[in-house]
Design a protein. Structure first.
Length: 473
């Protein structure tokens, strides 16, 4: 592993250049700022931090369990769900309860967090949970208390959910879980934690019960997926992606909680017609069926029955695909990593400029920063600024999607080509895009559009140069 926390072949040039800037600036800063350099370096190499936010019962804890692949987060209304909880990789497995008075208490944990945290919820700042878990090596999760809204019936939450989530050590990306209706307090929360369009993913949760549910006339997950696409277009100025997911199905499939005995119970329901099944599920007193309902819900039962005769593995694979979470992890992981790197480097540059004002050799530090900002490795920061510009001018402009692809750092994605495309063909495609973008820039309809196209022209030029170098390496 490199200093950036990524394997050598996958190191983001953005981070490599940021590390070089830190090394160059350190001897030029006064002693009091050299400690800050060490802190910047720690943040650059740390795992990505993702905050899960949303209303009470929006499915944050089940999503945590699915992402971690372990049923550690309580999903019932316990004290833990009312306190911000940070899940990190570490041994031994333990929970460190941080009090509002600064005191800490360590609690051993088994399969999941205990219900009793040892002190009243309003006296707890947050909980750090350490687990020996491969997924948490690259992605730390912050499970926040659910926002209560204005209905009056929601469970109370502490104020710790956002108090420590600002500044350089706050979340790199935000996963907002919602039901498709974006409420004012959702936006207020996103603003409070410094979330923005560049680092916010909206997850249309509970997709397995969307619309008329599993006994309606259409598949609720298919309906939720279509709705997510509509919301992505409607809120493209607020979210970089909108995805439909089912935490319940994902938790059952990805944590190993669905077992062979569950498949046998499911198989016993296979011959019931939809009406008979709906009556059975609504009125059953069979503990095995009740447990199955809690584990995979009505949709999981309805849609998985044909696979049950093939055993638990077949059902798990079906649930995994339908949950949308495995696909989200696969497609979003490089985007999340890239957005995190951009946020961290942006914060680094801002902090270094502040430190340089009071440094003994201020002019030299500022010159280093200016040189770094002109480096091709930092071009993605110009792309982010271009994104802000076009979103202010025209949120629905096609250039928004084009910039998203450019910022991703994935050549095939940026060029709308299959991932299997040879490097030489990618390089040629990047040169063509560069020429096409230059022509588009010359007939731009506004100054904003012209500026964005100037940035994109440079993006394709740099991409072509990089790919040509890789082709001849």
């Amino acid at each position: 592993m490199t200093r950036s926390g990524q394997s050598g072949a996958d190191v983001d040039p953005l981070l490599q250049r940021a590390w070089r800037l830190c090394a160059e600036a350190e001897p030029l800063l006064g002693f009091e700022h050299q400690r800050a350099i060490a802190e910047f370096q720690r943040i650059l190499e740390a795992p990505v931090r993702a905050a899960l936010v949303g209303r009470v019962n929006s499915g944050k804890s089940t999503l945590v369990n699915a992402l971690v692949g372990q049923s550690v987060a309580p999903t019932n209304a316990t004290e833990c769900t009312r306190v911000a909880t940070i899940y990190r990789n570490g041994m031994p497995a333990r929970a460190v309860v941080a009090g509002t008075d600064g005191a800490q208490a360590t609690i051993p944990i088994g399969d999941r967090l205990p219900d009793n945290l040892g002190r009243p919820v309003d006296k707890i700042s947050h909980i750090d949970v350490f687990l020996p878990n491969a997924a948490l090596r690259s992605l730390e999760l912050i499970d926040t208390p659910g926002t209560s809204g204005h209905g009056g019936n929601a469970a109370p939450t502490t104020s710790s959910g956002t108090a420590f989530m600002t500044g350089a050590d706050g979340p790199d990306v935000v996963f907002l879980l919602f039901d498709g209706v974006l409420r004012p307090d959702d936006l207020e929360l996103l603003h409070a934690i410094g979330a923005n369009r560049a680092n916010t993913f909206a997850l249309l949760s509970h997709s397995d019960s969307y619309g008329s549910g599993p006994f309606g006339g259409s598949d609720p997950i298919d309906d939720a997926t279509k709705k997510a696409d509509e919301l992505a277009a409607q809120h493209r100025d607020k979210f970089c992606q909108v995805v439909a997911v089912s935490g319940l199905l994902g938790e059952a499939a990805l944590t190993g909680s669905f077992r062979e005995q569950d498949a046998r119970v499911l198989a016993s329901l296979a011959d019931l017609d939809p009406f008979e099944l709906s009556i059975e599920l609504a009125s059953t007193e069979d503990s095995a069926i009740i447990e199955l309902l809690e584990r995979i819900g009505e949709y999981g039962i309805v849609s998985s029955r044909p696979m049950a005769k093939f055993g638990a593995h077949a059902v798990i694979e079906h649930l995994r695909k339908r949950s949308g979470i495995a696909e989200f992890i696969s497609t979003a992981r490089p985007i999340v990593r890239r957005r995190a790197n951009l946020r961290r480097v942006k914060n680094l540059l801002e902090s270094l400029r502040v430190a340089a004002r009071h440094a003994p050799r201020s002019a030299e530090v500022l010159a280093l920063i200016d040189a770094a900002e002109m480096d091709p490795a930092f071009h993605a920061l110009r792309e982010l600024r271009a994104m802000d510009l076009i979103l202010r001018w025209s949120p629905a402009h096609p250039l928004v999607a084009e910039l998203d692809k450019a910022i991703s750092g994935d050549p095939a994605f940026a060029l709308d080509l299959p991932v299997s495309t040879p490097v030489s063909e990618l390089a040629a495609a990047a040169m063509r895009k560069c020429g096409e973008t230059r022509t588009r820039r010359l007939i731009a309809r506004s100054a904003a559009e012209g500026e964005v196209l100037t940035v994109l022209e440079r993006s394709y030029q740099l991409l072509a140069m990089r790919l040509q170098g890789a082709a001849f390496a």
